[in-house]
Design a protein. Structure first.
Length: 353
């Protein structure tokens, strides 16, 4: 396989939390034309810094995926199409992008998405090495090898899994747990006939993309009604995550943790509370960690201003419950007093346990 910088080992002291300031899309207010909060990734990191869970030199800096990396999954034809601004405008659902010179689109729109994609690939290897990893971005589950859509221009989930299969010894089976509000039709199309990949997908059955062909790849389909609430949702997630992991023993779990299931999300149409999202992430981590299966989490969709705080709270909760590795906690937190701060911030959720 080609040489890639994405698999170079980060310093051992780092937490397997992957991020780069390059993730954030900021450009002449264009990002405001999409319901997406295009700076949410940086906000998550800022909240985690405020809570003293992480510092800049303790997280893994994401690197941009190169063309050569992307060609592990994508067709050259598809990557060439992204050189047309109107194609990118269609994929990102930001119409004015069509009128920008492509070099601007590459730098301001696609480079952040390529960096997040590099981050997911890096996090795959980190998860296998450390038992878990979180890419604060990524989760572009509507993109497949030759087609983008729904704000997803690169197939980072497919890429992370293909990289592991091709380059990491002992990884030959993967389970995707996709809990974004939308059906993950991109990775479904990519792994349609691949017996090494087991897909569980829980989504609002009435919204985008409604991809009937891709649904054939889902081994565990949880189709939700409009306005589904916490109790029913968490019960279904718990039952099906446990069932999925009992039915197929993977070497890695890729967890697409979209927060667009949040009550009031303009696109998701579900009604899950912030506490429900935190609890959901906990269920998935508990299921994977208790079986000793490495878990890679990506943040995917989530279209409201309060989303970043919820993602940060969820990571703090996972840490306070000991569901993230212990040894990095010592490295990042150093002093016990800070440990208490993190525990206190997560106490709000302990009543859910």
């Amino acid at each position: 396989p080609h040489r890639t910088e994405l698999y170079e080992a980060p310093p051992s002291g780092c937490w397997p939390i992957v991020y780069s300031p390059e993730y954030n899309i900021t450009f002449m207010g264009l990002e405001k034309l999409h319901p997406f909060d295009a700076g949410k990734w940086g906000k998550v990191i800022n909240f985690l810094k405020e809570e003293r869970l992480i510092a800049d030199d303790l997280i893994v800096q994401a690197r941009e995926a190169t063309d050569e990396d992307l060609l592990v999954v994508h067709t050259r034809r598809y990557l060439n199409k992204l050189k047309w601004s109107f194609v990118v405008a269609t994929i990102t659902e930001i119409p004015p992008v069509a009128f920008l010179p492509n070099f601007v689109v590459q730098r301001k729109v696609l480079k952040p998405l390529r960096t997040q994609t590099g981050g997911t690939i890096m996090a795959g290897k980190l998860a296998v090495d450390r038992g878990w990893a979180i890419n604060v971005g990524g989760g572009f589950h509507h993109c497949s090898s030759d087609k983008g859509g729904g704000f997803c221009a690169y197939a980072d989930i497919t890429l992370a899994i293909k990289f592991l299969f091709e380059r990491v010894q002992g990884v030959s089976r993967a389970t995707i747990i996709d809990l974004d509000a939308h059906q993950g039709n991109g990775h479904e199309r990519d792994f349609m006939d691949d017996p090494r990949v087991y897909i569980m997908d829980a989504y609002n059955r009435y919204i985008y993309p409604g991809d009937g062909f891709a649904k054939r790849a889902i081994k565990r389909k949880v189709e939700l009604e409009w306005g589904t609430e916490d109790t029913e949702y968490l019960q279904k997630v718990h039952t099906h995550v446990e069932g999925a992991l009992n039915e197929f023993k993977p070497d890695i779990v890729v967890y697409n943790a979209g927060t667009d299931i949040l009550d009031g999300d303009p696109l998701g149409g579900l009604a899950i509370s912030p506490q429900g999202i935190v609890k959901r992430d906990e269920l998935v981590f508990r299921a994977a960690r208790s079986r000793g299966v490495p878990v890679l989490m990506v943040t995917s969709g989530g279209y409201q201003k309060r989303t970043a705080r919820i993602i940060a709270d969820s990571i703090l909760n996972l840490h306070s419950l000991g569901l993230l590795g212990r040894q990095q906690a010592a490295c990042a937190l150093g002093s016990p007093s800070l440990d208490h701060m993190v525990r206190d911030s997560a106490k709000d959720f302990s009543n859910l346990s």
